[in-house]
Design a protein around this ligand. Structure first.
Ligand code: SF4
Length: 66
């Protein structure tokens, strides 16, 4: 199954998401906020419909540039 904004939810466009694809082609969306904030889980059940930590990733910005 291909991941989409519909199947992933908020994490799909969140600046905190860290997608990783395994050898079988499945993509996992790890939440980087979980590393520093216990309110978040590392692999949230998808789709995420509401999240207090969501911040939109702006495509016109370098995600590593902060
Ligand atoms: S902060 Fe929320 S929306 Fe963003 S990656 Fe983590 S769980 Fe997903």
């Amino acid at each position: 199954m291909a991941e989409s904004a519909e199947s992933v939810g908020l994490c799909f466009t969140c600046r905190w998401t860290r997608p990783a694809t395994n050898r079988r082609g499945s993509t996992f969306f790890r939440c980087a906020r979980a590393e520093t904030d216990p309110r978040f889980v590392r692999y949230p059940p998808l789709p995420v419909r509401e999240c207090p930590g969501y911040e939109e990733l702006r495509p016109d910005r370098n995600p590593n540039g902060h």
